[in-house]
Design a protein around this ligand. Sequence first.
Ligand SMILES: C[S@@+](CC[C@H](N)C(=O)[O-])C[C@H]1O[C@@H](n2cnc3c(N)ncnc32)[C@H](O)[C@@H]1O
Length: 308
Amino acid sequence: MHIPVLLTEVITSFEGLNNGVFVDATLGMGGHSREILEKIPNSSVIGIDLDSDAVLLAQQNLSSFGNRVNITQGNYVDMVQIVRNFNNCDVDGILLDLGLSSMQIDDTQRGFSFRFDSDLDMRFDKTKGMSASEVLNSFDESELADIFYKYGEERQSRIIAKSIVDSRPIKTTFDLTKIISNSKRQSKSKINPSTKVFQALRIYVNQELRNVEKGLEEALKLLKFGGNLSVISYHSLEDRIVKNFFKKNSLNCVCPVSVIECQCQHSALIKIINKKVIKPNEQEIASNPRSRSAKLRIVQRISLNVSM
Ligand SMILES: C[S@@+](CC[C@H](N)C(=O)[O-])C[C@H]1O[C@@H](n2cnc3c(N)ncnc32)[C@H](O)[C@@H]1O
């Protein structure tokens, strides 16, 4: 079961957008969409998810809302085209609840978690791209080390990559966890020694950071004047992209500091609604520990000019 994170705060971010069209760009099991449909009068939702299992579940979970919901399997980087296919107008609110759902982490067959022994797949869309085991078995040592360092901030990336190359073929999650435990130096850290490598592989396999960058741009293209974009991220690599993107697009000038007179002709597209990032309170963390790293950032479209 997936418990939607920062649910009240997300709904508050869309307050006043009655009769609005919303895009839930990371639909999952539809937890946030359900709340939008229940709490925002006459709202409708276009739901997108890369994962066909999530799409099926969300269709079941939201079936009682009839034609107020349209769901499609797809990548949110294509949200402009997806939304145009459903309705040809701009949207009032967009939610990006990044990363993966509890349903995916707890699935014993998909390889997202080091708690279960399974094939190392890790793709949100099981029909596209390379699986995690294909990456581990075909990339060279330095490429693997770079992935672990860049996307997992794993300091022992080189020694782990060497052990992986020496132990090929790697088929299952437990093959990988054994290699990591045997190759890493002992540490006092409380986190599981495999955490960072698993995160890195998942991010790489699904091109998550590139998708966040592109998805944010697409979202701004769709958003109506006065519409809101709310983004929940779960680790610093994602949050940094969201923060910098919002900052850049909320400025009227993005010239380097050395330039005295503005030459960029950039104008602010959005206003940052919450100067301080919103985090789950202690009560939410206690009832849903997976929410602990969540950070919500909200912006409002303040310009009609689409200059990206
Ligand atoms: C944190 S979950 C969303 C949970 C959802 N808000 C709920 O309450 O049930 C993130 C979802 O985003 C999906 N996802 C990840 N990257 C995606 C992408 N590029 N395009 C579409 N969906 C994506 C994942 O498959 C996952 O189901």
